[in-house]
Design a protein around this ligand. Structure first.
Ligand code: FUB
Ligand code: ZN
Length: 817
């Protein structure tokens, strides 16, 4: 139950904000119904939001404490701090994002204890702020230190202090993240003020924003934020305080760009950008702010860029899961049609940012295409970012796993978990929107909401109750209860997938695209609707007790990718409703899902399994395990019944194989590893080797040393050390040759290179001895490195590598004969 105080405050605050919005000349033409006004009651999202409240929030709190993030504020607040307690200067934001998320959670359910806990954190944050408003714990700690051991302590923890060398803001347009931190502070402050009525964090934020305003702008520092985010925070400060200078400052930070690198979208003036380049989270945060600024100032100067960049992503750079930012090396866009599945990056934060931006574009334009993409990313790439239990996370969200990834509790760079807290806690705001007397039903879930229509000068409240089992079932019933009969319009979004369109603009297409006629009934009687622009429009005089009914087709559809997406060639993905499906090892009789073939016309049935992964609609069909390739076009096959689950629900039962794009043609299918001495042996390695060890013997030949689509193991971040890999044979074997394919990702800015040197050793009566050879131990890139040696009979063979100075090394494949 909300306390009376909170309730009264929310009413007054909403009225105040509404008044301010009314007073400003411009606002979004379509307004989302705010999340606190939408009660989700479904079986997918409502439980997810509760998991975030009960599990994720306490977990992220604990992790912020355990990992030194809270301690950083305490250190900065003390007069004699002795160390920076975590690694990244943007770690402060993990606390800010958590506070923002808690604020949203409190708006739907009061929790005085939790509120008090955040209040005491805010006290610490305030104490860490410098007298002129500067708030960035790393610099404050370093500058306030009078402990001579500080630098040593800092270095021992691997803190990234090089990012903040020099005076304040010196590295802002590079990596310091001072303004990025400020932006998350402002977003948290506004959320906290709206949830509690307390100005404690808002005053801290405004003091900081004043300093930023005094420091940056025409005639002052003319620098672009290295990581966009402050622009979104400033827009929120403007919306809350009504002070136009915050909006102006946000616009300044957009317009000052155009003198730097594509990595942070600084290569061109924003209004002149036409394609998506660089870091994906930076890009989407920036364009979300540009959309806000366009709506709130009424300018159309960015409209071509907004549309072109979004279309470039959706036309050429998005995954079927809705994930964006394919490449790990820049955490961002990799270029047109470059969409590898195994190495797909698709950072969880980039999904969050992209959903947020696309939703704003809808509110600006009314174009339902933006919502098709919101839905695709939300139900798939984004929702995969968090485990069903709410306390394990994915940072990248690949579309193929070779048992090499698992969700983890936390990351050293922990941007994603607290971002999920704020996202899920305000998710209900994506479902409905309003424009004058039109209510948009944009996403579907059993839920309750209300809105007001205008009848002349009179406002009439309308309660909406949506009843449905969606997305398990497509039947949707909307009970419409206006306080008085009156004429208004319900605009029901007909998702692209129900209109034969897998994604707007055609990067992915349904193999048998069908447009199904969706019948709308009002009070049981067919109601003729006009469908255009992705919406069915139902305009009538509504009265209490009216019921609108329709059914969305949940048939399973095969999806093919554009022919230029080489990674998906001769493969189909499966989709039903908003969900993209995958096959995960443990659901099959044989877990080698990466070696399956599924015929083009396999019959697919769909069935709801209430006890699987919290209740899932699964797909059943026949496939074949490729046991041996006979030629490019033929193979030995073993029939196999397969089950697919929604992609978001994978990786909740441990490390596993997983595949989204299913080969239908033998030429692209992979056969299981054929038995060799390597596969029959036990592989071990020097400690802290990363990656699934089987990578070295799985016979997935790389195309090059940097081939991220081929499995590999590596020792990063061990630099210059001596490392080893060892095969222990089932019994004594005679061996005389090894071949190694080194992993080297130097070309894409990674930290692994071919080793300085290596040699082969064999076990002789418990003693390791080098083999005898006249051949050179080569360290060639992009090639096999073969060494023949005098035959030895042994039970174990080892390769010993000396890593180059300051870099690490890795191995794609190691064969032995
Ligand atoms: O730089 C701050 C955050 O850390 C970014 O948004 C993420 O991509 C990660 O690099
Ligand atoms: Zn992230």
């Amino acid at each position: 139950m909300k306390t009376l105080y909170t309730l009264l405050f929310s009413i007054v605050a909403s009225a105040l904000i509404a008044q301010q919005q009314h007073d400003h000349a411009h606002h979004y033409p379509i307004q989302a119904i705010p999340f606190q006004q939408v009660k989700l009651q479904d079986k997918l999202w409502a439980p997810r939001i509760e998991v975030v409240r009960n599990s994720t929030i306490p977990h992220v709190f604990r992790k912020n404490q355990e990992t030194g993030r809270v301690k950083n504020f305490e250190m900065a607040a003390s007069t004699n701090p002795d160390r920076v307690c975590s690694v990244f200067p943007f770690d402060d934001t993990d606390l800010y994002k958590l506070i923002e998320g808690v604020a949203y959670a409190l708006r739907t359910k009061a929790d005085p204890k939790l509120q008090a806990k955040v209040d005491s954190l805010i006290t610490i944050i305030g104490a860490a702020q410098e007298p002129d408003g500067y708030l960035y714990t790393f610099r404050t700690i370093v500058e306030r230190r009078n402990n001579p051991n500080l630098v040593a302590n800092v270095d021992a923890r691997g803190a990234n202090l090089s990012w903040l060398t020099g005076p304040r803001w010196a590295k802002e347009d590079d990596l310091s993240h001072e303004l990025y931190n400020a932006g998350h502070l402002y977003e948290a402050a506004v959320a906290w003020y709206e949830a509690t009525g307390k100005r404690n964090l808002l005053d801290i934020a405004l003091k900081n924003a004043n300093l930023v305003d005094q420091s940056f702008g025409p005639g002052k520092l003319q620098k672009a934020p290295g990581h966009q985010e402050i622009e979104l925070g400033l827009v929120k400060l403007y919306q809350t305080t009504g002070e136009k200078r915050w909006l102006d400052l946000a616009k300044f930070f957009i317009d000052v760009r155009g003198y730097g690198e594509p990595y942070s979208q600084n290569h061109l003036k924003v209004k002149d950008q036409r394609d998506a380049q660089g870091h994906a989270v930076r890009l989407a945060y920036m364009y979300a702010a540009v959309t806000d600024i366009s709506a709130l100032t009424g300018t159309d100067e960015y409209s071509t860029a907004l549309k072109a960049v979004w279309e470039d992503i959706v036309n050429k750079q998005i995954y079927i899961t809705g994930g964006v930012g394919a490449t790990g090396s820049n955490e961002g866009f990799g270029g047109a049609y470059d969409l590898p599945n195994y190495s797909a990056y698709c950072e969880t934060c980039s999904s969050i940012a992209f959903v947020n931006w696309s939703h704003k574009l809808f509110q600006l334009t009314g174009d339902a295409r933006y919502l098709d993409v919101v839905e695709l990313t939300l139900y798939n790439a984004l929702n995969a970012g968090m485990s069903l239990s709410g306390d394990h996370f994915f940072y990248p969200n690949p579309l193929e796993s070779r048992k090499n990834v698992a969700r983890t509790e936390w990351f050293s760079c922990a941007c994603c978990p607290p971002n999920l807290v704020r996202f899920y806690s305000s998710l209900a705001g994506l479902f409905y929107a309003q424009k004058e007397n039109e209510l948009y039903l944009n996403l579907f879930a059993a839920s309750q909401t209300s809105f007001e229509t205008n009848k002349g000068k009179k406002k009439i409240k309308v309660d909406i109750q949506l009843e449905s089992e969606y997305p398990s079932n497509g039947l949707i019933k909307v009970r419409v209860n206006p306080a008085q009969p009156n004429a208004f319009t319900l605009k029901v979004r007909i998702p692209g997938w129900a209109r034969g369109e897998a994604i707007p603009l055609g990067l992915y297409n349904f193999v048998d695209a069908k447009t199904q006629n969706i019948v709308f009934k009002v009070n049981g009687v067919v109601f003729p609707v006009s469908v255009s622009g992705g919406y069915a429009t139902i305009k009538r005089n509504w009265k209490k007790g009216d019921v609108l009914e329709f059914e969305l087709p949940m048939d399973v559809q095969r999806v093919a990718a554009h022919p230029l997406v080489k990674a998906d060639e001769k493969r189909y993905a499966l989709k039903s409703g908003p969900f993209v499906y995958c096959i995960e090892g443990r659901d099959q009789a044989d877990d080698r899902v990466l070696n399956m073939l599924v015929s083009k016309d396999a019959k697919i049935s769909r069935q709801f399994e209430p006890n699987l992964l919290g209740g899932q609609a699964t797909l059943q069909f026949e496939g074949q395990l490729v046991t041996k390739k006979l030629s490019e076009t033929s193979a030995e096959l073993k029939p196999m019944s397969l089950k697919a689950i929604p992609y978001y629900a994978w990786a909740n039962r441990g490390r596993d194989n997983m595949l989204v794009w299913l080969p239908y043609d033998v030429s692209v299918a992979k056969a299981i590893a054929q038995p060799t001495l390597a596969t029959k042996s036990k592989l071990t390695a020097s400690p802290e080797l990363k990656g699934a060890l089987t990578a070295a013997s799985d016979q997935s030949a790389p195309k090059s040393s940097g081939d991220g689509e081929s499995t590999f193991v590596h020792w990063w971040p061990h630099f210059g050390t001596q490392e080893w890999l060892q095969y222990t044979f089932p019994d004594a074997q005679q061996v005389s040759k090894v071949r190694v394919y080194w992993f080297d990702d130097g070309a894409t800015g990674g930290g692994c290179r071919v080793p300085q040197s290596w040699r082969v050793l064999y076990l002789d009566n418990g003693e390791w001895k080098p083999v005898t050879t006249s051949q050179a131990y080569t360290t060639n890139k992009d090639a096999w490195n073969e060494v023949k040696f005098d035959a030895v009979k042994t039970t174990a063979l080892k390769i010993e590598l000396q890593l180059k100075e300051k870099v690490s090394a890795g191995v794609h494949e190691w064969e032995v004969e």
